[in-house]
Ligand binder design. Structure first.
Ligand SMILES: Cc1ncc(COP(=O)(O)O)c(C=O)c1O
Length: 442
């Protein structure tokens, strides 16, 4: 109730929406009131096909009974347990399941509540690792242009999306950036990994020469940059980054918040591309997006470096009130079981060619300047309207929504990442609707 005793009306004004054009939205709201498997239901009773797995997170689709029941049961059995100096079984069970699913070198999981927190945690672990090794002078962090690593200060500092950075002051000191790998003039409409661009990894050698390897703690990249518009790693690029990091004792962090949990047809992009980083961040698909949760996966070498000194001492002064929260952990376990029982990563892999062909059928439609896919992820890049960047793709998003299909846009790029339970008919509907919309766009 307001201080003057007058209750405020329940309208749309109080909620300041994240990453949203609030004024536009509140004039023309788009509301989901329920969801089941591949579809959302809107407040006006329409079905909308989910082409984005929510926000790249509902990989098993919506309203999955096993996950729903696990959450309900857990909330009634143990709602919360302190995260520091106390434990509960589900957090341990989930950590074990997670590392068993991850590529071999990853043996430990540190839980957070989001992808952004997973990024901050990984950056802090990297700094503290070098310090524990007696190399406290390794403090620099290297990100990449067009990288997205969430919205906290570490993440936007190493991130490379201008709009996410420029409003927020000077950010972290001691950060440098690799160039992005988006080379449409050479790679447009490539199927699979682009041929050109591996040489851009050599820029890391230049950065190392500039600052001195002994000052650099870690390099963080998305193995496939999602939020900036699905930029696939050029052939050989990730391998070369790995080599340079290893040669200079620099940790390599893969931010797999989008690429984890089957999106590319394997557990993580590290497995898909056969390149092992030292730390992996993940979130989103970890709980099928239902309960906020993220994690950092660490190798034994990194974890064990911290396990020294008196045993009663805390080894890493870091953690969150909700790290490994019981309900989130229960959701995570049920989610990972659902992925395994339904073979959803393999399913994504087996649909990848159909998906690729479907997306590439949009080539030649008005404004389409590039199409990129990998696993069950895809992007259609549009030429911007002169003087009005982002408007053309945003209009496409609005028209698709009206026609019963949810897509996502970033800049003038339409990004797709459907639940891994998608059927071929859904792909046809999704791409057919997009084709219709593209034909009518200004
Ligand atoms: C690669 C990457 N890192 C970090 C994040 C941030 O995750 P969250 O929104 O859960 O904080 C995202 C979100 O899209 C992401 O794509």
């Amino acid at each position: 109730m307001a201080m003057d005793g007058e209750a405020r009306p329940n309208d749309l004004s109080a909620f300041w929406m994240p990453f949203t054009s609030n004024r536009q939205f509140k004039k023309q709201p788009r509301m989901f009131v329920s969801a089941d498997r591949m579809h959302y239901t809107t407040s006006d009773g329409r079905q909308v096909l989910d082409g984005t797995a929510g926000l790249w997170c509902c990989n098993a689709g919506h309203n999955r009974p096993k996950i729903v029941e696990a959450i309900q049961k857990q909330a009634a059995q143990l709602d919360y347990a302190p995260a520091f100096q106390m434990g509960h079984p589900k957090a341990f069970e989930l950590a074990t399941k997670l590392v068993n699913m991850a590529p071999e070198p990853f043996e430990h999981a540190f839980f957070t509540n989001s992808g952004s927190e997973a990024v901050e945690t990984a950056l802090k672990i990297a700094l503290a690792y070098h310090r524990a090794k007696g190399h406290g002078e390794r403090t620099r962090l290297i990100g990449r242009e067009r990288g997205y690593h969430g919205v906290n200060f570490g993440g936007i500092s190493v991130g490379g999306i201008v709009t996410n950075r420029k409003m927020f002051g000077t950010l972290l000191a001691g950060v440098d950036h690799l160039p992005h790998t988006h080379l449409p003039e050479k790679n447009a409409f490539t199927k699979g990994q682009p041929e050109h661009g591996a040489y851009l990894a050599e820029e890391l050698e230049r950065i190392v020469a500039l600052h001195g390897a002994e000052t650099i703690a870690a390099v963080i990249v998305e193995p496939m940059a999602g939020s900036t518009g699905v930029l696939l790693p050029p052939k050989g690029y990730l391998q070369r980054l790995r080599e340079i990091c290893t040669n200079h004792g620099i940790l390599l962090i893969f931010d797999e918040v989008i690429t984890g949990f089957g999106r590319l047809g394997s557990s993580f992009a590290a497995e898909h591309y056969g390149v092992m980083p030292d730390l992996i961040t993940c979130a989103k698909g970890l709980t099928n997006g239902i309960i906020p949760m993220g994690a950092v996966l660490a190798t034994a070498e990194i974890h064990d470096t911290f396990m020294q000194g008196p045993e009663h001492m805390i080894e890493l002064f870091h953690g969150y009130t909700y790290s490994g929260n019981p309900v989130a952990a229960a959701a995570g376990i049920a989610t990972l079981e659902t992925y395994a029982e339904e073979g959803l990563f393999e399913r994504a892999d087996s649909l990848a060619t159909y998906w690729e062909d479907a997306l590439h059928s949009l080539k030649g439609l008005p404004h389409v300047t590039d199409i990129r896919t990998m696993g069950l992820i895809g992007a259609i890049e549009l030429a911007p309207i002169a003087g009005e960047p982002t408007k053309r793709a945003f209009n496409a998003f609005l028209k698709c929504y009206e026609k019963g299909v949810l897509v996502r846009t970033t800049g003038d790029i339409i990004a797709l990442s459907p639940p891994l339970i998608i059927e071929k008919e859904h792909i046809d509907t999704l791409i057919g609707t997009l084709a219709d919309v593209l034909k009518t766009l200004e």
